[in-house]
Design a protein around this ligand. Sequence first.
Ligand SMILES: *[C@@H]1O[C@H](CO)[C@@H](O)[C@H](O)[C@H]1NC(C)=O
Ligand SMILES: *[C@@H]1O[C@H](CO)[C@@H](O)[C@H](O)[C@H]1NC(C)=O
Ligand SMILES: *[C@@H]1O[C@H](CO)[C@@H](O)[C@H](O)[C@H]1NC(C)=O
Length: 204
Amino acid sequence: MVQSECRLLRGLLGFICLLAMCISASPDLCVSLRTVKDSLNVTSRRRYMKMNFPINYTIQVHYEEVFRLRNISQLLKEENPPEMSDLQELWLHASREGIKKVLRVLPERHPTRRKYLSNLEDLFRDFEGLYYQKYKKDETRELPESIQNIWDNMGENGWRSVTPKSLLDNCYRTMLCLFEECFKNENDNINYCDPNWRKGNQTT
Ligand SMILES: *[C@@H]1O[C@H](CO)[C@@H](O)[C@H](O)[C@H]1NC(C)=O
Ligand SMILES: *[C@@H]1O[C@H](CO)[C@@H](O)[C@H](O)[C@H]1NC(C)=O
Ligand SMILES: *[C@@H]1O[C@H](CO)[C@@H](O)[C@H](O)[C@H]1NC(C)=O
């Protein structure tokens, strides 16, 4: 009798350990993303993406590589709204392409490249690796039309001028919205998906 209870307990303990392992898969993703967030801090964005460039300097990106909070709220209003992962994949794509486009115009020894953006690109690559390891792409799922259209037209709609800093500003703000569960402990009462949340909060 005692022995079987013991076995039961051991089984239960094993199950709990397994459960704990499953749950901790997500914190890994958040750890990686928090590293990205730290690098996207406002001081760095200002110094490396603005002050290191000529005044009003812009680069050319594809329309779909401009991904803002407004895009998210618009897409979520669609009749057949996207899943969070659809938006996260768009965010990853837009962010990585934006960084690539800035790197492309920077000379080899430019301080923004050497001291900041190359490293940030690596952090994004690491995060993307973890992300697709955790959320394996389901190729059989039919995407909502709005999302499918964006992917289909990617790069087909011509170019837009944006400042390097605005790319990372948008990348940062949409990140807080789309990966809220990684950040919500820090500031529980803010709705990061609300385009107005920064009002009166100049530090972000
Ligand atoms: C901002 O990010 C840069 C680059 O990753 C880092 O060196 C710096 O310590 C960060 N600053 C703050 C205030 O977190
Ligand atoms: C930069 O852009 C702003 C707003 O468009 C404009 O007012 C300003 O004159 C521009 N500065 C330079 C140096 O071109
Ligand atoms: C976001 O909206 C802008 C228009 O404000 C549009 O040009 C851009 O393509 C949209 N981005 C995505 C990824 O849909």
